[in-house]
Design a protein around this ligand. Structure first.
Ligand code: CO8
Length: 257
Protein backbone atom coordinates (compact mmCIF):
# COMPACT_ATOMS: atom_id res chain seq x y z
CA UNK A 1 0.00 0.00 0.00
CA UNK A 2 1.21 3.56 -0.62
CA UNK A 3 0.77 6.46 1.74
CA UNK A 4 0.96 10.24 1.39
CA UNK A 5 2.22 11.23 4.82
CA UNK A 6 4.51 8.34 5.70
CA UNK A 7 7.33 6.60 3.87
CA UNK A 8 7.82 2.90 4.43
CA UNK A 9 11.11 1.17 3.68
CA UNK A 10 12.15 -2.39 4.39
CA UNK A 11 15.74 -3.21 5.24
CA UNK A 12 16.04 -6.94 5.76
CA UNK A 13 13.92 -7.84 8.79
CA UNK A 14 13.68 -4.21 9.86
CA UNK A 15 11.13 -1.66 8.63
CA UNK A 16 11.60 2.10 8.70
CA UNK A 17 8.48 4.26 8.86
CA UNK A 18 9.20 7.97 8.35
CA UNK A 19 6.66 10.70 9.06
CA UNK A 20 6.62 12.88 5.98
CA UNK A 21 4.69 16.12 6.47
CA UNK A 22 7.69 18.45 6.57
CA UNK A 23 5.82 21.72 5.95
CA UNK A 24 3.79 21.18 9.11
CA UNK A 25 6.72 19.76 11.13
CA UNK A 26 5.00 16.37 10.96
CA UNK A 27 1.94 17.63 12.83
CA UNK A 28 -0.28 14.65 13.46
CA UNK A 29 -3.59 15.04 11.67
CA UNK A 30 -6.11 12.26 11.12
CA UNK A 31 -4.49 11.26 7.83
CA UNK A 32 -1.09 10.82 9.49
CA UNK A 33 -2.68 8.79 12.28
CA UNK A 34 -4.58 6.54 9.89
CA UNK A 35 -1.53 6.03 7.69
CA UNK A 36 0.92 5.34 10.52
CA UNK A 37 -1.51 2.88 12.07
CA UNK A 38 -2.26 1.17 8.73
CA UNK A 39 1.42 0.98 7.74
CA UNK A 40 2.60 -0.38 11.08
CA UNK A 41 -0.25 -2.87 11.35
CA UNK A 42 0.60 -4.13 7.86
CA UNK A 43 4.24 -4.55 8.95
CA UNK A 44 3.10 -6.21 12.18
CA UNK A 45 1.30 -8.87 10.16
CA UNK A 46 4.39 -9.53 8.02
CA UNK A 47 6.41 -12.50 9.34
CA UNK A 48 9.44 -11.11 7.48
CA UNK A 49 9.59 -8.07 9.77
CA UNK A 50 11.03 -8.33 13.27
CA UNK A 51 11.26 -4.69 14.35
CA UNK A 52 9.79 -1.35 13.23
CA UNK A 53 11.60 2.01 13.50
CA UNK A 54 9.45 5.14 13.56
CA UNK A 55 11.15 8.44 12.84
CA UNK A 56 10.50 11.98 11.64
CA UNK A 57 12.76 14.64 10.18
CA UNK A 58 15.90 16.15 11.63
CA UNK A 59 13.94 19.24 12.73
CA UNK A 60 10.85 17.51 14.02
CA UNK A 61 9.87 14.01 15.03
CA UNK A 62 6.39 15.53 15.31
CA UNK A 63 5.40 18.98 16.60
CA UNK A 64 2.18 17.65 18.06
CA UNK A 65 -1.36 16.95 17.04
CA UNK A 66 -2.50 19.20 14.20
CA UNK A 67 -3.70 22.34 15.93
CA UNK A 68 -5.31 23.76 12.78
CA UNK A 69 -7.35 20.60 12.25
CA UNK A 70 -8.51 20.48 15.87
CA UNK A 71 -9.23 24.18 16.38
CA UNK A 72 -12.83 24.28 15.02
CA UNK A 73 -13.98 20.96 16.45
CA UNK A 74 -16.84 20.66 18.91
CA UNK A 75 -17.13 18.29 21.84
CA UNK A 76 -19.52 16.13 19.79
CA UNK A 77 -17.03 15.93 16.89
CA UNK A 78 -14.32 14.74 19.24
CA UNK A 79 -16.53 12.32 21.11
CA UNK A 80 -18.38 10.77 18.18
CA UNK A 81 -15.26 10.33 16.05
CA UNK A 82 -13.41 9.13 19.15
CA UNK A 83 -10.66 11.50 18.09
CA UNK A 84 -7.20 9.96 18.10
CA UNK A 85 -8.20 6.70 19.79
CA UNK A 86 -6.72 4.79 16.82
CA UNK A 87 -3.25 5.78 18.07
CA UNK A 88 -3.74 3.17 20.81
CA UNK A 89 -3.33 0.53 18.12
CA UNK A 90 0.30 1.53 17.70
CA UNK A 91 0.93 0.58 21.32
CA UNK A 92 -0.86 -2.72 20.74
CA UNK A 93 1.46 -3.92 17.94
CA UNK A 94 3.14 -7.21 18.78
CA UNK A 95 6.29 -6.42 16.79
CA UNK A 96 8.79 -4.36 18.84
CA UNK A 97 9.03 -0.69 17.83
CA UNK A 98 11.82 1.87 18.13
CA UNK A 99 11.18 5.64 18.10
CA UNK A 100 14.13 7.58 16.66
CA UNK A 101 13.52 11.15 17.80
CA UNK A 102 15.32 14.17 16.43
CA UNK A 103 14.14 17.74 16.97
CA UNK A 104 10.68 18.53 18.31
CA UNK A 105 8.65 15.79 19.98
CA UNK A 106 5.92 17.94 21.47
CA UNK A 107 2.39 17.16 22.61
CA UNK A 108 1.15 14.32 20.41
CA UNK A 109 4.72 13.95 19.10
CA UNK A 110 6.01 13.15 22.58
CA UNK A 111 3.02 10.86 23.10
CA UNK A 112 3.71 9.09 19.82
CA UNK A 113 7.34 8.48 20.82
CA UNK A 114 6.17 7.12 24.17
CA UNK A 115 3.85 4.67 22.39
CA UNK A 116 6.97 2.99 20.99
CA UNK A 117 8.90 0.36 22.92
CA UNK A 118 12.45 1.74 22.73
CA UNK A 119 12.99 5.49 22.61
CA UNK A 120 16.28 6.76 21.17
CA UNK A 121 16.92 10.49 20.93
CA UNK A 122 19.36 12.66 19.06
CA UNK A 123 21.15 15.39 21.00
CA UNK A 124 18.82 17.91 19.29
CA UNK A 125 15.62 16.32 20.58
CA UNK A 126 13.13 18.45 22.53
CA UNK A 127 10.35 16.77 24.50
CA UNK A 128 7.30 18.29 26.12
CA UNK A 129 3.57 18.32 26.68
CA UNK A 130 2.84 22.00 25.96
CA UNK A 131 -0.91 21.49 25.39
CA UNK A 132 -1.73 23.68 28.39
CA UNK A 133 -0.47 26.68 26.44
CA UNK A 134 -3.20 25.97 23.86
CA UNK A 135 -5.89 25.66 26.50
CA UNK A 136 -6.06 21.85 26.31
CA UNK A 137 -4.43 18.83 27.94
CA UNK A 138 -2.57 15.80 26.52
CA UNK A 139 -4.96 13.40 24.76
CA UNK A 140 -2.88 10.49 23.44
CA UNK A 141 -1.78 9.22 26.82
CA UNK A 142 0.84 11.86 27.69
CA UNK A 143 -0.37 12.55 31.22
CA UNK A 144 -0.18 8.81 31.96
CA UNK A 145 2.88 7.60 30.05
CA UNK A 146 5.06 10.62 30.85
CA UNK A 147 4.20 10.28 34.54
CA UNK A 148 5.10 6.59 34.51
CA UNK A 149 8.34 7.34 32.65
CA UNK A 150 9.67 10.35 34.57
CA UNK A 151 7.63 10.45 37.78
CA UNK A 152 5.01 12.83 39.08
CA UNK A 153 7.17 15.87 39.87
CA UNK A 154 8.61 16.34 36.41
CA UNK A 155 5.45 15.24 34.56
CA UNK A 156 3.38 17.71 36.56
CA UNK A 157 5.80 20.53 35.84
CA UNK A 158 5.87 19.79 32.10
CA UNK A 159 2.09 19.38 31.83
CA UNK A 160 1.25 22.42 33.96
CA UNK A 161 3.81 24.89 32.61
CA UNK A 162 4.39 23.61 29.09
CA UNK A 163 8.14 23.69 29.69
CA UNK A 164 10.10 21.46 27.33
CA UNK A 165 13.13 19.32 28.15
CA UNK A 166 16.20 18.72 26.06
CA UNK A 167 17.62 15.31 25.24
CA UNK A 168 20.06 15.25 28.15
CA UNK A 169 17.31 15.98 30.68
CA UNK A 170 15.05 13.40 29.02
CA UNK A 171 17.77 10.77 29.35
CA UNK A 172 18.47 11.67 32.99
CA UNK A 173 14.74 11.47 33.72
CA UNK A 174 14.44 8.02 32.14
CA UNK A 175 12.24 9.01 29.21
CA UNK A 176 14.75 7.90 26.58
CA UNK A 177 17.05 4.92 26.65
CA UNK A 178 19.97 6.69 24.97
CA UNK A 179 21.04 9.98 23.35
CA UNK A 180 23.26 9.91 20.26
CA UNK A 181 24.63 12.64 17.98
CA UNK A 182 22.00 13.71 15.42
CA UNK A 183 23.99 12.43 12.46
CA UNK A 184 24.13 8.95 14.00
CA UNK A 185 20.52 8.66 15.16
CA UNK A 186 19.02 6.76 12.27
CA UNK A 187 21.99 4.40 11.90
CA UNK A 188 21.90 3.68 15.62
CA UNK A 189 18.12 3.12 15.62
CA UNK A 190 18.36 0.76 12.65
CA UNK A 191 21.21 -1.12 14.34
CA UNK A 192 19.13 -1.55 17.51
CA UNK A 193 16.18 -2.67 15.37
CA UNK A 194 18.34 -5.14 13.48
CA UNK A 195 19.54 -6.61 16.76
CA UNK A 196 15.96 -7.01 17.99
CA UNK A 197 14.83 -8.40 14.63
CA UNK A 198 17.60 -11.02 14.82
CA UNK A 199 16.17 -12.48 18.03
CA UNK A 200 13.47 -15.10 18.15
CA UNK A 201 10.33 -13.26 17.02
CA UNK A 202 7.92 -15.00 19.41
CA UNK A 203 10.32 -14.61 22.33
CA UNK A 204 10.83 -10.89 21.54
CA UNK A 205 7.04 -10.51 21.50
CA UNK A 206 6.83 -12.19 24.89
CA UNK A 207 9.59 -9.97 26.32
CA UNK A 208 7.71 -6.90 25.07
CA UNK A 209 4.46 -8.19 26.52
CA UNK A 210 6.10 -8.86 29.87
CA UNK A 211 7.70 -5.39 30.16
CA UNK A 212 4.46 -3.71 29.10
CA UNK A 213 2.58 -5.62 31.78
CA UNK A 214 4.60 -3.68 34.38
CA UNK A 215 2.53 -0.62 33.45
CA UNK A 216 -0.77 -2.38 33.89
CA UNK A 217 -0.63 -4.44 37.05
CA UNK A 218 0.77 -5.00 40.54
CA UNK A 219 4.31 -6.28 41.11
CA UNK A 220 3.12 -9.69 42.31
CA UNK A 221 0.78 -10.15 39.33
CA UNK A 222 3.42 -8.87 36.93
CA UNK A 223 6.00 -11.33 38.24
CA UNK A 224 3.43 -14.12 37.97
CA UNK A 225 2.66 -13.10 34.38
CA UNK A 226 6.39 -13.07 33.58
CA UNK A 227 6.83 -16.52 35.14
CA UNK A 228 4.04 -17.97 32.98
CA UNK A 229 5.62 -16.50 29.84
CA UNK A 230 9.03 -17.74 30.99
CA UNK A 231 7.63 -21.25 31.25
CA UNK A 232 6.02 -20.80 27.82
CA UNK A 233 9.32 -20.00 26.09
CA UNK A 234 10.30 -23.62 26.75
CA UNK A 235 7.69 -24.52 24.13
CA UNK A 236 9.51 -22.38 21.54
CA UNK A 237 12.25 -24.14 19.54
CA UNK A 238 14.39 -21.01 19.88
CA UNK A 239 14.94 -21.79 23.57
CA UNK A 240 16.75 -25.02 22.60
CA UNK A 241 18.63 -23.18 19.85
CA UNK A 242 19.68 -20.23 22.05
CA UNK A 243 20.81 -22.34 24.99
CA UNK A 244 22.29 -24.99 22.71
CA UNK A 245 24.31 -22.38 20.83
CA UNK A 246 25.70 -21.02 24.11
CA UNK A 247 26.78 -24.46 25.27
CA UNK A 248 28.25 -25.32 21.85
CA UNK A 249 30.05 -21.93 21.70
CA UNK A 250 28.49 -20.83 18.39
CA UNK A 251 26.14 -17.99 17.42
CA UNK A 252 22.45 -18.92 17.61
CA UNK A 253 20.28 -19.05 14.51
CA UNK A 254 16.77 -18.24 15.57
CA UNK A 255 13.75 -19.25 13.57
CA UNK A 256 11.25 -16.51 13.06
CA UNK A 257 7.52 -16.50 12.58
N1 CO8 B 1 -0.19 21.72 14.33
C1 CO8 B 1 -0.36 22.31 13.12
N2 CO8 B 1 0.62 22.95 12.50
C2 CO8 B 1 1.81 23.01 13.09
C3 CO8 B 1 2.06 22.44 14.35
C4 CO8 B 1 0.97 21.75 14.98
N3 CO8 B 1 1.11 21.12 16.16
N4 CO8 B 1 3.34 22.69 14.70
C5 CO8 B 1 3.89 23.39 13.69
N5 CO8 B 1 2.97 23.59 12.73
C6 CO8 B 1 3.14 24.31 11.47
C7 CO8 B 1 3.16 25.83 11.70
O1 CO8 B 1 1.84 26.33 11.80
C8 CO8 B 1 3.89 26.29 10.47
O2 CO8 B 1 2.99 26.29 9.39
P1 CO8 B 1 2.89 27.58 8.41
O3 CO8 B 1 4.24 27.64 7.74
O4 CO8 B 1 1.78 27.22 7.48
O5 CO8 B 1 2.63 28.74 9.29
C9 CO8 B 1 4.91 25.19 10.21
O6 CO8 B 1 4.42 24.02 10.91
C10 CO8 B 1 6.29 25.50 10.77
O7 CO8 B 1 6.14 25.83 12.15
P2 CO8 B 1 6.76 27.16 12.80
O8 CO8 B 1 6.82 28.26 11.79
O9 CO8 B 1 5.99 27.43 14.06
O10 CO8 B 1 8.23 26.63 13.10
P3 CO8 B 1 9.23 27.16 14.23
O11 CO8 B 1 10.54 26.52 13.96
O12 CO8 B 1 9.17 28.64 14.34
O13 CO8 B 1 8.64 26.57 15.63
C11 CO8 B 1 7.70 24.89 17.07
C12 CO8 B 1 8.61 25.20 15.87
C13 CO8 B 1 8.28 25.47 18.35
C14 CO8 B 1 7.62 23.37 17.21
C15 CO8 B 1 6.29 25.50 16.84
O14 CO8 B 1 5.84 25.13 15.54
C16 CO8 B 1 5.25 25.07 17.82
O15 CO8 B 1 5.22 25.53 18.95
N6 CO8 B 1 4.34 24.13 17.41
C17 CO8 B 1 3.25 23.69 18.22
C18 CO8 B 1 3.72 22.77 19.32
C19 CO8 B 1 2.55 22.33 20.17
O16 CO8 B 1 1.91 23.11 20.85
N7 CO8 B 1 2.23 21.01 20.14
C20 CO8 B 1 1.14 20.48 20.84
C21 CO8 B 1 -0.05 20.41 19.95
S1 CO8 B 1 -1.55 19.92 20.81
C22 CO8 B 1 -1.42 18.26 20.98
O17 CO8 B 1 -0.48 17.65 20.54
C23 CO8 B 1 -2.53 17.62 21.68
C24 CO8 B 1 -2.47 16.10 21.52
C25 CO8 B 1 -3.67 15.46 22.06
C26 CO8 B 1 -4.84 15.54 21.15
C27 CO8 B 1 -5.74 14.43 21.46
C28 CO8 B 1 -7.16 14.68 21.06
C29 CO8 B 1 -8.07 13.61 21.53
Amino acid sequence: MTYETVLVERKGRTALVTLNRPKALNALNLQVMNEVVAATEELDRDPGIGCIVLTGSEKAFAAGADIKEMRPRSYMDMYLTDWFTAWDRLGALRTPTVAAVSGYALGGGCELAMLCDILLASDTAVFGQPEIKLGVIPGIGGSQRLTRAVGKAKAMELCLTGRTMDAAEAERAGLVSRVVPAAELLGEALAVAETVAGMSAPVAMMAKEAVNRAFETTLAEGVRFERRLFHAVFAVADQKEGMGAFVEKRPPVFGHR
